[in-house]
Design a protein around this ligand. Sequence first.
Ligand code: ADP
Ligand code: UVW
Ligand code: MG
Length: 403
Amino acid sequence: MSSSRVLVLNSGSSSVKYQLLDMRDSGRLAVGLVERIGERSSRLKHTPLATGGPTRESNGPIADHDAALKAVAAELAQDGLGLDSPELAAIGHRVVHGGKHFTEPTVVDDTVLAEIERLIPVAPLHNPANLTGIRTARALRPDLPQVAVFDTAFHTTMPESAARYAIDVETADAHRIRRYGFHGTSHAYVSRATAKLLGRAPEEVNVIVLHLGNGASASAVRGGVCVDTSMGLTPLEGLVMGTRSGDTDPAVIFHLARVGGMSIDEIDTLLNKKSGLVGLCGDNDMREIRRRIDEGDARAKLAFDIYIHRLKKYIGAYYAVLGRVDAVAFTAGVGENAAEVRAAAVAGLETLGLAVDGGLNAVRGDEPRLISPADARVAVAVVPTDEELEIATQTYALVRKTN
Ligand SMILES: Nc1ncnc2c1ncn2[C@@H]1O[C@H](COP(=O)(O)OP(=O)(O)O)[C@@H](O)[C@H]1O
Ligand SMILES: CC(=O)OP(=O)(O)O
Ligand SMILES: [Mg+2]
């Protein structure tokens, strides 16, 4: 029997998203999510698409990512899709920080694991979870290739002028301080899907991709190649996010330490977990923020306005970086669902050829779609991301090549 299945694990700081795919037709056999790992109210949601069975949900404490992955393996086994299946060709893992070293998907060995571990200080919310996912999967199926697909890989093409901070070169190099960028698997997938939507080859189009999830980043993609992105050394730089501040004056940190008496760890937690939308108004979910705005809540409105102001600045910046823009693509949880965010982000940019058609923008759906008026100079699009499919595709291509 030929092995054509790939299990994809997208381990986040407190969640694991997973998909089992058959790569002969990229069909999904099972999808699921473990949320609130480490809390008492963890939840596992599993949909066995292959059997047509109902979605199963279970609640109860799941202590860590190791336990989460074992619970996922048990769910899959219940549908006859267990990790012991000879049809499984590989397990693909999203790894957030690959540094400068990893520009391609990579079969994991001990050296690769050590490098991912070395990068923990620059992705403290993500790389530890990714590592646990790989280690647990490897223990369950030591004979299978485990493939790491890095968020940073797509951004390694950025020119030095975009990738370097203007700080002392020797100090920066000694500590590998540069702008790496993240969500690259999504930016790559969405920029290609946007070209397809326009009926053109990726090499022909310049796209600004706005990945607006809980973490959020923008990228400038010229002819399929990333030339700038808003996240930097870590996923803290750039846009306003669910819990992260995005851009601030670095002197805020000196001030909080010297005048506010806060420790470096306290400031790290403040900027990564207690800032962004949650810090501004107490909620990080855009649905809740919209509901509060509708009720006249001023703090929610200010949080929304700050979020939009930053987003608009990045659209303008990347317009200037690219010179010619063919499309602006909105993706991820907020980008795909929040019509009011899309409308507000491009409002007033008509002189740049950017506009949203109210009717088209209000349409909901899972397919890539244009929301700009028919005569617009620049296409504005909603392009759902599929990081799991992209990871599976890259993983399968690599194992086919190496076998
Ligand atoms: N229907 C919706 N309307 C507005 N925002 C939404 C909607 N659904 C999800 N979101 C936003 O998407 C976010 C999650 O995005 P997602 O891309 O799944 O993030 P992550 O991958 O970082 O977990 C939520 O926090 C919420 O703000
Ligand atoms: C890199 C990053 O911010 O990822 P996420 O949006 O999944 O937190
Ligand atoms: Mg995400």
